[in-house]
Design a binder for this molecule. Sequence first.
Ligand SMILES: Nc1ncnc2c1ncn2[C@@H]1O[C@H](COP(=O)(O)OP(=O)(O)OP(=O)(O)O)[C@@H](O)[C@H]1O
Length: 280
Amino acid sequence: MPAAQPAPLTLVPPAAEPAPRTIVDIRNLTLTYQAADHPVYALSDVSLSISKGDFISLIGPSGCGKTTLMRVVADLEQPTSGEVTVNGMTPEQARLKRAYGYVFQAPALYPWRTVERNVMLPLEIMGLPKAERQQRAREQLELVGLAGFERKFPWQLSGGMQQRVSIARALAFAPDLLLMDEPFGALDEITRDHLNLQLTRLWLSTRKTCIFVTHSIAEAVFLSTRIVVMSPRPGRILDVIDCDRDLPRERTLDIRESPEFQRIAHRVRDGLMEGHSYDD
Ligand SMILES: Nc1ncnc2c1ncn2[C@@H]1O[C@H](COP(=O)(O)OP(=O)(O)OP(=O)(O)O)[C@@H](O)[C@H]1O
């Protein structure tokens, strides 16, 4: 009987990486506010695609439309023209499905509610049973490093801790997308460094898609997978910088001294200066 032949080797091509899922798709977005006596051209022809797990920072001069852009994604403003989808839905559908959490510049916590009850509030509005509300609130508070502070009132916490409570509140109903509008803008630099570090760890562990507005170049480079540099009003996109290509995903504060970090920071600064009108 002839010896069994070994099965011929077939080369299986490596499985292609699945294309990242688009969470936010913005096409040719223009927004003009109708102020009392004149139109305000806030955004002009903005197109941007944000994939699942991206951490996008929007940076640009004051009044260039960063908040407006986030508010359109959150269905708090209507575009004058252009298309926006969130998780494949219109912003309105996404809002109704609670597809995003919103963190504002000021923590906006209710002073008469404990920390835990502040985080539970959106869950209360959703009608979740108390035990589930409490469990979810505790999980989120632990995630932002505030386990043990559940029974405190907001006024008993520092500004940085209050902002962490508002992040926990935004995360409480497990949104796919986290919108953060200059959440650390009002904090001192050391606290801000600390929160940047915490936020980057939180992002690594949850892989939420984040859109983050900031005026700080260092903060944008430290946190982001991509930085979107905007022009003065009407806001247009001047540059989109891929930070992930040159910086590791896990970042510690000392990365800010690295030549790669400095190079990206320079490019952001160049973009901001190029687009800036000093006549304003
Ligand atoms: N409801 C509104 N009616 C009229 N103009 C508005 C309205 N909301 C915002 N604006 C104007 O639109 C422009 C863009 O505002 P927006 O708040 O989006 O800018 P921004 O880049 O977030 O500014 P900042 O960095 O100062 O927070 C500004 O000139 C602002 O004054």
